[in-house]
Design a protein around this ligand. Structure first.
Ligand code: TA6
Length: 295
C-alpha cells in the first residue's frame, strides 16, 4: 500500500505515490518532457515515456504484481547474480525485495532523481552488501545501481544487470547496432562462445546472447515506430540481448503468447566472466542512460 511511502516526500503534480497494481506501492513521476512509474517492489521502473512518443519500455499485460514474484517487463534490477542458480530464484533476490524510497531531488532542468535503497539483507553465498539505485527522469531515463561491499575483510564477488525490456512496434522491423566484433555466449547452444560478425542484429527466432567485454553503446533501430532507442552505459562490460520468440512466450505464464512481437531486451551489466570483485568497503557503479530520437 502507498501508506508505506512517506507522503511528506510527495511533490504535487510531479512526484506522487499510488497504490499500483496488486496494491503494490508505486511512485509516479512527471516532467515537462516525460513520465515514469517505479514500484518499490524491486525498485522496478515499469514505465517511461517521452511526451509525443510511444512508451520506451515494454510491460507484459500478463505480469504478476505480487510480493513473491518479479514484475515482467520494464527494468528488472538483477543483483547479486545473473541467470539460474541451484535452489535459488533466477536473476537474484533484489527484484523481489521491497526497496525504500530515500530521497527525491529536483534539478534545474526539471529532471527528478529518486534514490531507492535495498534494505540490508544477508544473501547466502555473498558477503554483506548494500545497494543504492538512482532513477533520474527527464528527457532520458538514467539509472545508476551502486553496490557496496560491507564486509570488513572479505571480497564481494557478484553480478549486476539492468534487464531492460524495450517496447518496439514490430520485432521484424528492428535492428540492433553496436555489438559487431564482440564475443558472446549463446544460451541457446549451451553458452557456446561466438563472435558477432554482423553490423546489426535482427530477430527472427529466440535470441539469448550474453555479449562480454563490451562497453559499447547500443542502438535499437525500430522502423515500425520510426524511432532509434539509445542505450549508453558506464561501469558495464556485458550486454545481454534477448527475445523469447514463440515457444518461450507460450511457456511463460506472465507473458502474452504474442508479446514477443513488441519487445526486445537489451540489458546492461556485468555478468558471467565480467562479474565484479569488490574489496572490503569498495563500491561499484553501473550506470545506464536510455534515450530516443526519431529515425
Ligand atoms: O536475460 C535473458 C534471460 O536470462 C533469459 O534466459 C530469460 O530467462 C530472461 O532472462 C528472463 O528471465 P526471468 O527470470 O525474468 O524469466
Amino acid at each position: 500500500m502507498k501508506s508505506s511511502l512517506n507522503t511528506g516526500m510527495e511533490i504535487p503534480r510531479c512526484v506522487t505515490f499510488q497504490d499500483g497494481q496488486g496494491l503494490l506501492p508505486c511512485v509516479e513521476v512527471r516532467t515537462p518532457a516525460s513520465e515514469a512509474e517505479i514500484y518499490l517492489h524491486g525498485a522496478h521502473v515499469t514505465h517511461f515515456q517521452k511526451t509525443g512518443e510511444p512508451p520506451l519500455l515494454f510491460m507484459s499485460k500478463m505480469s504478476r504484481y505480487s510480493s513473491d514474484a518479479p514484475i515482467r517487463g520494464g527494468v528488472p534490477v538483477i543483483l547479486p547474480w545473473f541467470g539460474p542458480r541451484p535452489e535459488a530464484p533466477t536473476h537474484g533476490m533484489a527484484r523481489t525485495q521491497s526497496w525504500t524510497l530515500k530521497e527525491i531531488t529536483l534539478s534545474g532542468d526539471d529532471t527528478k532523481k529518486l534514490h531507492f535503497q535495498l534494505p540490508a539483507c544477508q544473501v547466502p553465498g555473498f558477503e554483506p552488501f548494500t545497494a543504492d539505485y538512482f532513477v533520474t527522469v527527464g528527457t532520458t531515463l538514467e539509472l545508476e545501481l551502486i553496490t557496496t561491499n560491507n564486509s570488513k575483510d572479505r571480497n564481494l564477488v557478484f553480478e549486476d544487470c539492468l534487464h531492460t525490456y524495450f517496447h518496439v512496434g514490430d520485432i521484424a522491423a528492428v535492428r540492433v547496432r553496436g555489438l559487431q566484433g564482440a564475443r558472446y555466449l549463446d544460451r541457446l547452444q549451451n553458452q557456446a562462445e561466438k563472435q558477432e560478425t554482423a553490423p546489426e542484429i535482427t530477430v527472427a527466432g529466440e535470441v539469448d546472447r550474453s555479449y562480454l567485454d563490451t562497453t559499447a553503446a547500443v542502438e535499437i533501430h525500430d522502423a515500425s515506430f520510426k524511432r532509434i532507442i539509445t542505450v549508453e552505459k558506464e561501469g558495464s562490460r556485458s550486454t545481454v540481448v534477448w527475445n523469447p520468440w514463440i515457444a518461450k512466450s507460450q511457456a511463460m505464464p506472465d507473458f502474452g503468447n504474442e508479446e514477443y512481437l513488441q519487445m526486445i531486451c537489451v540489458e546492461s551489466g556485468n555478468v558471467i566472466e565480467n562479474r565484479i570483485t569488490l574489496a572490503p568497503g569498495q563500491s561499484h557503479i553501473l550506470r545506464v542512460r536510455l534515450g530516443s530520437r526519431p529515425m
